[in-house]
Design a binder for this molecule. Structure first.
Ligand SMILES: [Fe+2]
Ligand SMILES: [Fe+2]
Length: 283
């Protein structure tokens, strides 16, 4: 069985390179014929309050033939206050606006013999009522999932792969990670998938005395080369092959991309510059 994760589409209603790249990836995803597709956030180019960008993204994503679930990123709902990019903080109104277009900001799906869980990482550490509601729901998951092997997705990584980088809210807060892992101690999580970094990397993380895969998905919109490290700063998607070869609960992530993409820094994308201007932000 195949599940595809795409991430960080950063779509502008003005179109441009990120739109054209996503259209090509939609065709690739349909060629792969996955059973289920996850978008791990930063659907919109930059501004969570721009409903036109959200709607433009929704229309392109509607071309995906497999069932799709979408998670919010910091550019969709804002993020927790400290170091929020351009001071765009997560609010209940922004979470509601996201959900009205893309559905719930956290969800669980049964896909074949697997469970696939999506978490809203942007409300973690926010103190919003939505955060406590999500924790209550997370604590109900073990009874719901039972013995199924599970994939868990969030926009921000659960572990910070670049401990030296502290200024970008690069992962969920340490206290949230501890609470999450403790709440899911009885769930057979086979892999964690995240977005936000715009880099592809696969690491092994120690969880409850065993090693679990953590997959940082590449962006479809544009890559980030500036974080350092040895991760692959190229655009793409991740195809997860589940339950083949190494047993029923096994997972193998594959990096997939296309030779027809526009692969330039965001500063060379005019629609990105327009979105920055509209926010009054200069880099
Ligand atoms: Fe992003
Ligand atoms: Fe992000």
């Amino acid at each position: 069985m195949k599940i595809v994760q795409l991430s960080d589409t950063h779509i502008s209603h003005l179109g441009g390179a990120t739109t054209e790249n996503l259209q090509r990836f939609v065709a690739l995803i349909n060629d792969i014929r996955p059973t289920f597709v996850v978008h791990s956030g930063d659907v919109a180019i930059l501004d969570p309050d721009n409903a036109e960008d959200r709607e433009a993204a929704r229309e392109i994503l509607a071309g995906i033939q497999a069932p799709l679930r979408v998670l919010p990123g910091n550019h969709d709902v804002g993020e927790r206050p400290e170091n929020a990019w351009a001071d765009i903080q997560v609010t209940s109104e922004r979470v509601r606006a996201f959900s009205s277009t893309f559905g719930p900001d956290h969800w669980v799906e049964t896909v074949g013999d697997w469970a696939v869980v999506g978490l809203d990482s942007e409300i973690m550490g926010s103190g919003l009522p939505e955060e406590e509601e999500q924790w209550g729901w997370i604590e109900s998951l073990p009874a719901l999932i039972g013995a199924r092997p599970t994939l868990l997705f969030s926009h921000k990584p659960v572990w910070n792969p670049y401990p030296a980088v502290t200024e970008h809210n690069i992962s969920i807060p340490d206290a949230s990670r501890d609470r999450l892992l403790s709440a899911l101690a009885d769930v057979d999580v086979a892999a964690f998938g995240s977005g936000h970094l715009h880099q592809y990397a696969v690491t092994q993380e120690a969880v409850g005395g065993r090693e679990v895969l953590a997959v940082s998905a590449p962006a479809t919109g544009f890559a980030h080369a500036g974080l350092g490290g040895s991760a692959l700063a190229q655009q793409g998607i991740v195809e997860y092959v589940l339950g083949e070869g190494d047993g029923a609960g096994s997972v193998r992530p594959f990096f997939r991309n296309l030779a027809t993409l526009t692969e330039v820094p965001p500063t060379e994308i005019p629609e990105f510059a327009s979105a920055l201007d509209a926010l009054g932000v200069s880099l």
